[in-house]
Write a protein that binds this ligand. Structure first.
Ligand SMILES: [Zn+2]
Length: 171
């Protein structure tokens, strides 16, 4: 009986450790107010970001459409960079682009973003990065709605929603 209890305790302990390591990591570079530029090596980001956020923001991968967290999310609030907390977009500028990715027709402030020509696909695209941490966020297209005609096509994993009054953060 004693041995059985011991096994149970070890099992619970292992489960606790694996949950801690796999899901949440403490990211002390994340701040909703600090705008100081961060130029950190990927090895540092790998230590503080979850695998999904790291793959998108540091390796430039793209999430699947329609299954990501914010593509049809309608909360009222602000979208910050998931890696560093930089304010990027407002829910007031989010719209349904029909693409399956969260889309905005303008950023909160243009100087929060960096733009770079991207030749990784057959067509030339404009890559959008976070100005504070340099992380990849998504791409900018010019088939959006008036008045800007811009479409900021973002990865949900690169964003962290922070709800306004009466709106619940989901991540
Ligand atoms: Zn950032």
């Amino acid at each position: 009986m004693k041995t059985a209890c011991g096994f149970w305790l070890i099992g619970i302990f292992v489960l606790f450790i694996s949950c801690k390591g796999g899901v949440k990591k403490h990211n002390h570079y994340f701040s909703l107010t600090d705008t100081t530029e961060l130029r950190l090596p990927n090895s540092t980001w790998e230590e503080v970001l979850t695998d999904g956020v790291y793959t998108v923001t540091r390796e430039g991968s793209t999430e699947m459409p329609y299954t990501n967290e914010y593509w049809d999310f309608k909360g009222t609030g602000h979208y910050h960079c998931a890696a560093c907390g930089n304010l990027l977009f407002s829910s007031a500028h989010k719209y349904d682009s029909g693409t399956g990715w969260p889309s905005f027709w303008q950023p909160s402030e243009p100087n929060r973003l960096l733009f770079r020509k991207d030749f990784s696909e057959r067509e030339e695209r404009i890559e959008v990065r976070c100005r504070r941490c340099g992380g990849h966020l998504g791409h900018l297209f010019y088939d959006g709605p008036a008045p800007t005609r811009q479409r900021y096509c973002m990865n949900s994993l690169a964003l962290k929603f922070v709800g306004g009054k009466g709106s619940k953060p989901t991540k």
